[in-house]
Design a protein around this ligand. Structure first.
Ligand code: UN1
Length: 516
């Protein structure tokens, strides 16, 4: 594939076709459908995907259930071999898939490639995990008994992912689900079907190689459903789906969570964030500037971990905020395929309107808005590029309390550390958080029970860009789910507590006597 940045319409379409060909996607799958796909780089159409009908979706879920009944019996380290092969496919196609992510989502090339690297990393993690699905042995109060835990495959795992990490979030869930012995059914964002098609093609290649090695991989083990809300609801409501891992807005989670609860299915919810950072008097301001600029402006503010609220101590406010404003004014906004660009476009017109509404609300609440205006890019009249906005606010009110999925950073001044901890936590979401300080007491207090109430809390690192090795997710309206590393795998399996009596008598627990 060509590596030259493209701006003319026909070239970009040609580029997408070449990438999809290289990734092994059948042309009919991205050309002959009725569902239009656009690139936020220019706003132009880059494909037409076929929507999955309700009956096709139901059949795919049934097939996934049949596949699960076979796959659960394949030894876990052999299941790991399939994921090892998937990791190899991803390594071989990192450049092509990363570039396709950049084109479909509009994130800069290093972030598109970084997203594929996250997929590779979680495959490596899952391969190791496939030999480490450990249960505990637990001391029993009864003589000549043994008590232990077994972890078993759970069933069909539904994955609902958002546009902003169109393939990495699928990988976190599917790499774990597959080594845990589950089958997977994926509903990607309707904004990003091409990267989903490409990913599924790589899965098919890995499955083919796995079978050539003599591995047992049943048909229907992995499926993708293309469509909107109806298809998502079908997946969530289907009795064969044991677990749904859903990433997206809090509004989406409010719809999905109760539907799953109603049929006692499991949920992993990874929803909205309204992530903050505190800049303390002792902060290393060079390092802080770097960390804040990436966390707030990177990915054009479209990560769930994006920094949205900044609390700066009054003693460094003037110095730091004036430097930050300069960074905001000078950051390069433009075509994300060009190597000097740091901020690409917003995903679509609705995201642009949402951003402008938030800025209007901030002005109405007395905020001073710097930046935020639309940036015209040649040959991209239908795209939505913006200069990232820095908004100085007197207090955490109005739009500051909500997640706006765009590059808007609300900056507030603080004087008292204990008071700012309270303000930091006084919002509905609880995903990621940071403090920039060289004061050990502040750093440890931020990590403590009275500190950050988020699922992710960092010192001298921004809130975004987490590694896959840690559990990823957050509290409160973020939904409470955990994906990716640590022991997040346990949510993809069922636990059985097993007790065996190897004696000749039957002592009852708790000293109960029941002699018949
Ligand atoms: C997301 O935005 O949905 O920590 C996930 C990060 C990335 C993942 C973000 N590793 O920013």
């Amino acid at each position: 594939a060509s590596t030259k940045p493209q701006s003319q319409r026909s070239d970009l379409q040609g580029h997408v076709d070449a990438l999809l060909r290289e990734l092994g996607v059948n042309r009919a799958h991205y050309r002959d459908g009725t569902f239009r796909v656009h690139t936020p780089i220019t706003g132009e159409t880059i494909g037409h995907v076929q929507e999955t009908s309700a009956s096709e979706a139901a059949a795919a879920i049934e097939a996934a259930h049949t596949a699960f009944r076979v796959w659960r019996l394949v030894p876990a380290p052999k299941r790991g071999e399939l994921i090892r092969l998937l990791g190899e496919e991803l390594r071989a196609k990192k450049e092509a898939l990363g570039r396709l992510v950049s084109i479909e989502v509009g994130k800069i090339l290093s972030e598109g490639l970084g997203e594929v690297q996250e997929m590779i990393d979680i495959c490596d993690f899952a391969v190791g995990l496939s030999r480490q699905l450990y249960g505990l042995t637990i001391a029993t109060e009864r003589a000549e008994h043994r008590m232990m835990e077994s972890w078993h495959p759970l069933g069909v795992t539904g994955i609902i992912s958002a546009f902003n990490f169109p393939v990495a979030v699928w990988a976190w869930n599917s790499a774990l689900a597959l080594v845990c012995g589950n089958s997977i059914v994926w509903k990607p964002s309707e904004k990003t079907p091409l990267t989903a098609l490409a990913t599924e093609a790589l899965v098919e290649r890995a499955v083919k190689r796995f079978r050539q090695e003599g591995g047992v991989a049943p048909d229907g083990l992995s499926a993708v459903l293309f469509g909107g809300r109806d298809i998502g609801e079908l997946l969530v409501d289907h009795a064969r789906v044991a677990l749904v891992s859903a990433t997206g807005s809090t509004e989406m989670g409010r719809a999905v969570g109760p539907r799953l609860a109603k049929r006692f299915a499991r949920a992993i919810l990874e929803l909205g964030g309204n992530n903050a950072a505190i800049v303390a008097p002792t902060a290393d301001l060079d390092l802080t500037l770097h960390g804040i600029a990436f966390a707030a402006m990177g990915t054009a503010g479209q990560r769930c971990t994006t920094l949205r609220r900044l609390f700066v101590h009054e003693s460094v406010y003037e110095t730091f905020v004036s430097r930050l404003k300069r960074a905001y004014a000078s950051v390069t906004v433009g075509n994300p395929l060009q190597t000097d660009t740091l901020v690409g476009p917003l995903i679509d017109a609705a995201a642009y309107r949402g951003m402008q509404n938030a800025l209007d609300a901030a002005r109405a609440a007395g905020g001073a808005v710097h930046g935020g205006e639309r940036v015209a890019i040649e040959g991209a009249a239908d795209a939505h590029y913006v200069r990232p906005a820095l908004v100085e606010m007197a207090a955490q009110t109005g739009p500051v309390e909500h997640e706006t999925f765009a590059p808007v950073l609300y900056v507030m001044k603080y004087s008292d550390f204990n008071a700012v901890l309270e303000v930091h936590n006084a919002i509905a979401q609880g995903l990621s958080s940071s403090i920039f300080t060289n004061d050990l007491r502040e750093a440890e207090a931020f990590f403590s029970a009275r500190g950050s109430d988020c699922g992710i809390a960092n010192v001298n690192i921004g809130p975004s860009g987490a590694e896959i090795g840690g559990a990823f997710g957050g509290e409160k309206e973020t939904g409470g789910g955990r994906e990716s590393g640590s022991d997040a795998w346990k949510a993809y399996m069922r636990r059985a507590t097993n007790t065996i009596n190897y004696g000749r008598t039957l002592p009852l627990a708790q000293g109960v006597k029941f002699d018949v």
